[in-house]
Design a protein around this ligand. Structure first.
Ligand code: FMN
Length: 355
């Protein structure tokens, strides 16, 4: 995977994509909220964790498959929900979906997506719907019904966005330049003009239960950074808790997800699945996150960087991450993601995570 300068294809991805994106789009993709503290610390967070590898183990055959919400995923990562994929490449979500289907990875589809749920489902990808709930919950009904009818297998409720954090682009805001066809095509026309359609400020654990009842699907809560909140989610019926800072795009100065993950895993135990995103850029990051307690990791910006090259770019990204992940598993003496559970050095005294 090396290139002429000795870096990997994955490590050079962001810089190469930057050259292909107009400034407003680049700023939209890359920005963090506030002073960018949390966005800036995300990747370094994984580099701060230390591993205790096993040796004298047969790693001839490595199987990176994981079971997520009862379905097999051929890789221990999935695509995080991101909007404006059609601004990055005309094929948008469909290119991401085709490449992810071929890789056997889950794709989480943003409720702001610019491709219809039916078209995404037709690629054969396993997909979960991401939602923000509006003040008037009943207004979410048609979107949820459409997703269920199109075969979404889980709902991801994003809970870190009571308001969208302020940021200051240096040029025009991409949303002002974006073609309306690139976003929110799964909502009824005029949805945003209805009273009660603004993001809910009063989300609570009962919304988890409501979503589960309303859709009949497992609910994953995205944007949890504390063990006590994770427990509340599980007690309210969440099937999964997703440790995330929204890519550092919400509360600046939030701790890194690498730092938050072990506490959340401990609080949840084996009662629900735990996912993480934020700054995962390499196969070693994937293995470190698994060791720190994640059942799977999700990735946002690098998928957009790869999507500059359409389906082929996203396919190459999955392939490169797989190569690196298998190498890291072998070096750590692990044949499966489950074997990573006792690798984290900082938690050596506490033993393996209870999963
Ligand atoms: C351009 C962009 C758009 C995003 N849109 C959404 C979204 O619609 N819904 C959501 O829950 N998270 C959204 N996120 C957050 C991602 O799902 C994810 O939490 C974050 O990107 C992970 O960090 P990473 O980019 O370092 O991998 C977005 C992130 C980016 C960069």
């Amino acid at each position: 995977m090396g290139d002429a300068r000795g870096g990997s294809w994955l490590s050079g991805l962001g810089a190469r994509a930057a050259g292909s994106m107009a400034l407003p789009l680049r700023e939209y993709v890359e920005h963090g909220a506030g002073a960018g503290v949390t966005a800036g610390e995300a990747a370094a967070g994984w580099g701060r964790l230390r591993l205790r590898p096993h040796v004298l183990r047969d790693v001839t055959s490595v199987d990176p498959t994981v079971e997520l919400l009862g379905c097999s995923s051929r890789v221990p990562w999935g695509v995080a929900p991101t909007s404006l994929q059609r601004a990055v490449h005309p094929d948008g979500e469909l290119a991401t979906a085709r490449a992810s289907a071929a890789a056997g990875a889950v794709m989480v589809v943003s409720s702001n997506a610019g491709s219809t749920f039916d078209d995404i489902a037709a690629t054969g990808v396993t997909w979960w719907l991401q939602v923000y709930l509006p003040s008037d919950r009943t207004l979410a009904g048609p979107l949820l019904d459409r997703a269920v009818a199109a075969g979404a297998t889980a709902v991801v409720l994003t809970v870190d966005t009571p308001v969208v954090a302020t940021w200051h682009p240096s040029e025009a805001l991409i949303w002002d330049l974006a073609d309306p066809a690139w976003t929110r095509v799964n909502f009824d026309p005029g949805y945003d003009d209805q009273p009660g359609s603004e993001k809910a400020l009063d989300l609570g654990p009962h919304d988890i239960d409501w979503l589960r009842e309303r859709t009949g699907l497992p609910v994953v809560v995205k944007g949890v950074l504390r063990g006590d909140d994770a427990r509340r989610c599980v007690q309210a019926g969440a099937a999964g808790v997703w440790v995330s800072t929204h890519g550092g795009r919400q509360l600046d100065r939030s701790l890194s997800t690498a730092a938050a993950l072990p506490e959340v895993r401990r609080a949840v135990g084996a009662d629900a699945e735990v996912y993480v995103d934020g700054g995962v850029r390499s196969g070693l990051d994937v293995v470190t996150a698994l060791a720190a307690g994640a059942d799977a990791v999700f990735v946002g910006r690098p998928v957009l960087h790869a999507l500059v090259e359409g389906e082929a770019g996203v396919a190459r990204w999955h392939a490169a991450l797989l190569t690196e992940t298998v190498e890291a598993l072998r070096l750590a003496g692990c044949r499966t993601p489950a074997d990573t559970r006792d690798l984290l050095a900082d938690d050596a005294d506490e033993g393996p995570y209870p999963v």
